[in-house]
Design a protein around this ligand. Structure first.
Ligand SMILES: *Cc1c(COP(=O)(O)O)cnc(C)c1O
Length: 400
């Protein structure tokens, strides 16, 4: 380098050699571009003939490590290899997976209880490309069977739906999808692999908004899809073309979040069940929804499909008195914060009728088992007694 000028030296600083010792933490390969010793090697890696890295929208070692870590959790007890692909957001994962397996003329059977972004994609965006969707109550297996047509390519559900916590009967849905020659895709964000691993129950492809339980700290946005290698190879191809790839810094945070996923999910599951049990029967509430309560319609299914004692960290309460009562309850909370998302360290609440389900009127809310007073409480890592005290004071001291 001694003969080079200032600008050349500045642009080509020496880089560290790859150390012989293995790093225990995950290195962040914050490089968009990778260099090769020969032009031939460059061409071979780009052409997928030799494994390696060319460009970080295509593949990145830190991002691959994160996707592989999720696949290892989801595939723990699955026969056959399970691999993953990571995305810039949960919606990037969902849209890329759906587009991978759909074409003009194709049909989708989807749960009518869907994350708003997924609903919008199926209801408003995909029809422009000739894809139609029938929305059904996935608890009604006859309705699911009746909705399937010869054009059905994908059946889509959520392991646990927002905010009623309806549990999808994954083995039965898989049987219906497979009989029809379709695949079953499941958004398992609310469960996380620490509660349920849908691939063990016949599901073909699982997606997560990693922004929630997997990241776990409300500081990174991401998504991930896992399944068999042949299926995920197709998903990777479209990810590369659509470009919704995860960034290496986000992958580092998500990977770090995974290390404590079982600890965080076990804790928030225990806390949410304690909160739900303490609130059930409260005179200011019409109903408490939590799959760990025996009063929940899907408690039996949850017991069958979920890990023992882990029903997830969400409790939905129907505050008596409609929209105003629900909003007033949210405003009186001191510890739990009014905020979207879930599964961070803090407990957050969403008044369902004015936030996640704002397009629905009271009749539509009632059809979905909710009320104007429904509030989703996403339990964080605080002490159960503090949360119960906060929620109870916000419900009003007169009634308890
Ligand atoms: C948040 C969420 C999504 C979307 O994920 P983003 O990371 O915000 O794109 C999808 N499905 C469910 C169930 C979610 O909670």
């Amino acid at each position: 380098m001694t003969d080079y000028g200032e600008h050349t030296r500045a642009a080509h600083p020496p880089l560290p050699a790859t150390p012989r010792q293995r790093p225990i933490g995950l290195p962040v390969y914050r490089s968009a571009v990778f260099g090769f010793d020969t032009a031939q090697e460059y061409a071979d890696v780009l052409g997928d003939r030799t494994p390696g890295y060319v460009y970080s929208r295509i593949d990145n070692p830190t991002v691959d490590a994160f996707a592989a870590a999720v696949a290892a959790l989801e595939g723990r007890a699955v026969d056959g290899e399970v691999v993953g692909q990571a995305f810039a957001s949960g919606m990037a994962a969902i849209s890329t997976v759906l587009l991978t397996f759909l074409e003009a003329g194709a049909h989708v059977v989807a749960s009518r209880e869907l994350y708003g972004g997924t609903y919008s994609l199926l209801e408003r965006v995909l029809p422009r490309y000739g894809v139609s969707t029938t929305f059904v109550d996935v608890a009604d297996l006859d309705a699911v069977r009746a909705a399937v047509t010869p054009a059905t390519r994908v059946v889509w559900a959520e392991t646990m739906a927002n905010p009623t916590l309806t549990v999808a009967d994954l083995p039965s849905l898989a049987a219906i999808a497979h009989d029809a020659g379709a695949l079953l895709g499941v958004d398992s964000t609310f469960a996380s692999p620490a509660v349920c691993r849908p691939l063990e129950h016949g599901v073909d492809i699982v997606v997560h908004s990693a922004t929630k339980y997997i990241g776990g700290h409300s500081d990174a946005t991401g998504g991930v899809a896992v399944g068999a290698p042949a299926m995920l190879a197709k998903v990777r191809e479209l990810r590369i073309d659509l470009g919704g790839s995860m960034a290496p810094d986000e992958a580092f945070l998500m990977h770090r979040g995974l290390a404590t996923l079982p600890l965080r999910v076990t804790r928030s599951s225990q806390t949410s069940l304690a909160v739900a049990a303490a609130l059930e029967g409260h005179p200011a509430l019409d109903r408490v929804h939590h799959p760990g309560l025996t009063s929940h319609r899907d408690h039996g299914l949850a017991t069958k499909l979920f890990d023992p004692g882990r029903f997830g960290g969400i409790v939905t309460v129907d505050v008596r008195g409609g929209r105003e009562a629900g909003l007033a309850f949210c405003n009186r909370l001191r510890l739990a914060e009014n905020a979207t998302s879930l599964a961070g360290t803090h407990t957050v609440v969403s008044h369902v009728a004015s936030t996640t389900h704002r397009q629905l009127d009271d009749a539509a809310l009632a059809a979905g088992g909710l009320t104007g007073g429904s509030v989703r409480i996403a339990i964080g890592l605080e002490d159960a007694e503090d949360l119960i005290a906060d929620i109870t004071q916000a419900l009003g001291t007169t009634s308890s």
